[in-house]
Each structure stands twice: as C-alpha cells, then as structure tokens.
Design a binder for this molecule. Sequence first.
Ligand code: PGA
Length: 242
Amino acid sequence: MRIIRCKDYDDMSRKTANIISAQVILKPNAKLGLATGTTPIGAYKQLIAWYNKGDVDFSEVSTYNLDEYLGLGPDDPQSYRYFMNDTFFNHINIDKAKTHVPDGSNLDAEAACAAYDELMAAAGPLDLQLLGIGRNGHVGFNEPGDSFSKGTHCVELAESTIQANSRLFDSIDDVPRKAYSMGVQNIMSAKTILIAASGADKAQAVYDMIYGPVSPQCTASILQLHADCFVVADEAALSLCK
Ligand code: PGA
C-alpha cells in the first residue's frame, strides 16, 4: 500500500482528482470504478472544473459504481444513481449509457446481482477503482463479517452504517436496510485501487486497514494484499498512523 498524506479534505480531493484525471488522460477509454458518499464529492467537483477548462475528456470513459440501495430507483434523490448523475455525470461529457450502477429498483436480488457481475465480467478488470472507507472499515457495502464476499450481493446494512448514512435522510427510519454491493473479489480485481479517507472519525478504520490483520472484521484490510493500492488520506484520517 502506498500512502499519500494530504493536509486536509481539499488537498485529498485534489490529489484524488489528479490520479483519476491522469488515468483518463493516459487511457481515454479507461474503465473506472466509482464511489458515492461525502469523501469523493470534492474530487468530482475538481474533475468537473478541469473538464470545463478542457483539461480532461470523459467521452470514452466507462464507469461502474460500487453499490446501490435496494428499493431505490434512479429518480429517487436518495439513490446512488441519482447522486452520481447529480454530483458528477450531469456536468461532464460522459456517455450515460457507459455509466453503470447496480439496479436498486430490481427487487429480485439474485437477478440484479448476477446482471451486475455479468456486466463487470464482460468489461474485464477496471483500470482504477475509487473507494471510500466506512467508519467500521467497510468498502462498498461490504460490512464487517466472518468472511470476505466474492461477487455482487445483497447486504444487510450494519447498524453503524445506517446511523452514519441517516444524516442524508429526513429520518433514520427512511434509510434502506439493504443494498446491492460489489463484492471484495470484484473490487480486488481492479488493476489499481485508490482508497480515499478524510476526517478523524475515519482514523481507527484507516489504522486497521493499514496495520491491522487482514480480516473480514475490517473489510478494507484486504487491500494490503493488492499489488497497486494507494491510500489518499488527510492528516486527521492518518492521525493514528505515525
Ligand atoms: P463517506 O462514506 O464518504 O460518506 O464517509 C464512506 C463509506 O461509508 O464507505
């Protein structure tokens, strides 16, 4: 794992955007794995700014998002498809047909997950997978558990994740209890992984990811075994890593 130490959220966002834009400049038809959440918003804003200046072109890029809430369709403002359109895709020249998010409106979990895995298998390994990290060490919605997941699957969200994500909903009761998520094997298949983290509330998870045992109790710890993984994190998130 290579650690890129950043001053603060803005610095982390710029460095994350730099790595993504370098990937797209080097390989215009790059396949990117993308993430939702608060962590990547600054990086997406920076990429939009560079796109507007003519510095980066997304016309040939394809994207695969990590996860989606079960039961939320693309028009639901709480869905991750809506988030991606609203935060990023609507502001750049990406072909929406080349952007992929698990289909939360398909309540047949087996079919929805199989369809996403087939899509990913047909695409081949992603060039760059962007990840955030949960306070409990999750990546995507791969919550702490007894084993690492493989392909896309339906997840029961951990209580701590429901609590953390409730800030984005009117009430905690509105937070969906289930989601579809790429599995650990999908994530580990990417050629390069960039995991971004900001804030003191991520410090323990970041420490466990880098220094802890490789264990499904901290899903992100599996990234220690990836051959090309960057941690792009700010001082607060790295405060336990001396
Ligand atoms: P956040 O979420 O970026 O909103 O902190 C990250 C995650 O839970 O994976």
